[in-house]
Design a protein around this ligand. Structure first.
Ligand SMILES: Cc1cc2nc3c(=O)[nH]c(=O)nc-3n(C[C@H](O)[C@H](O)[C@H](O)COP(=O)(O)O)c2cc1C
Length: 244
C-alpha cells in the first residue's frame, strides 16, 4: 500500500499537524505501507488559472511550469491519500487548497452520473481509492472541523474514492510544552494517531473508537481558554520588552 499525505500547514514540520501526521505515518509504516509527506508550502505550485487547457487543449497537462507534474504523478500512483490541514478561518489552508485545485488535471471533463450525482471521472491511470483527513484546530469544540470534513468528504466522492475517516485534534496548541499538558494524555493522543495509521493499512478503515481517541480532551474548555489567554499575554509582554 502506498500512502501519500499532503500537509497544508505553513508551519510544516514545526506544527502540531505534522506531529500527529508523523505518528499516523509511523503506524502505517509499521504495518508495511510505503509513505511520503508532501508540504505544499515548500513546493513551487501556481494557482489554477481556470482555463481548462488541461481538459481541452493539452489533456492532462497544465499551462503552468512548476512542481505539480511530479506531485500529480505521485498522487496517481498512491492508493491512499491523506489530506492534512490545520483549521484556518473555518477552512483548510490556502496552501493545501491551491494544490487540490490543480488536481483537476487528474480527472476527465466529461460528466457522468454516479450514485445519483453528476461527477467527473478520474483519468484512467489514477489509482487513488481511499482518502483520509487529519486536522488540528486552535479552539476546543469539534464542530470547528465540520466545514472541512464536509469539504473533504465531497472531494472523496468526486474523486471516486472511499472516505476512510477523520482524525481531529482540537485544542492543538495545547499539545505544545508551553501549555504544560498532562504527558500521559499527550502520549495517549499520539499513540491513537499511530494506531489509526496501523489500522488503516491492516483493516482498510479507521475505527470510530480510534478516531474518537485522537480527539481526547487535553483540558476542560475553561482551563484551555485560561492557559491560552495566559500564554498570549506572556508572549505579547515578551515581544513588547524586545521592542523597547
Ligand atoms: C490564520 C489562522 C487562522 C486560524 N483559524 C482558526 C479557526 O478558524 N478555528 C480554529 O479552531 N483554529 C484556527 N486557527 C488555529 C490553528 O488551526 C491551530 O493553531 C493549528 O494547530 C495550527 O496547526 P500547525 O501547528 O500545524 O500549524 C487559525 C490559525 C491561523 C494562523
Amino acid at each position: 500500500m502506498k500512502i501519500l499525505a499532503f500537509n497544508g500547514s505553513p508551519r510544516m514540520t514545526n506544527g502540531v499537524t505534522d506531529r500527529v501526521l508523523q505518528k499516523f505515518m509511523d503506524g502505517a509504516k509499521e504495518a508495511g505501507a510505503e509513505t511520503e509527506i508532501i508540504y505544499p508550502a515548500k513546493e513551487n505550485i501556481k494557482f489554477c488559472a481556470g482555463c481548462f487547457s488541461c481538459w481541452i487543449i493539452h489533456p492532462g497537462k497544465c499551462i503552468h511550469k512548476d512542481d505539480m507534474p511530479i506531485i500529480i504523478k505521485k498522487f496517481k500512483e498512491a492508493d491512499t491519500i491523506v489530506f492534512a490541514s490545520p483549521v484556518y478561518v473555518d477552512g483548510i489552508t490556502a496552501q493545501l487548497k491551491k494544490l487540490i485545485d490543480r488536481l483537476i488535471t487528474a480527472s476527465s471533463p466529461f460528466i457522468e452520473e454516479r450514485d445519483g450525482h453528476q461527477r467527473h471521472p478520474n483519468s484512467d491511470d489514477n489509482n487513488a481509492t481511499k482518502i483520509a483527513f487529519i486536522s488540528t484546530s486552535g479552539f476546543g469544540e469539534k464542530d470547528n472541523f465540520d466545514p472541512l470534513i464536509h469539504h473533504i468528504q465531497a472531494m472523496a466522492s468526486n474523486m471516486e474514492s472511499e472516505f476512510v475517516g477523520s482524525l481531529l485534534r482540537p485544542m492543538a496548541p495545547g499539545m505544545e510544552d508551553y501549555y504544560n499538558p498532562d504527558p500521559e494524555i499527550v502520549e495517549l493522543i499520539l499513540n491513537s494517531f499511530r494506531q489509526a495509521g496501523h489500522e488503516l493499512v491492516t483493516k482498510g478503515k479507521i475505527s470510530e473508537d480510534i478516531q474518537e481517541a485522537c480527539s481526547t480532551p487535553l483540558f476542560t474548555m475553561e482551563e484551555f481558554q485560561r492557559r491560552a489567554n495566559d500564554m498570549f499575554e506572556r508572549f505579547i509582554k515578551k515581544a513588547d520588552t524586545k521592542k523597547e
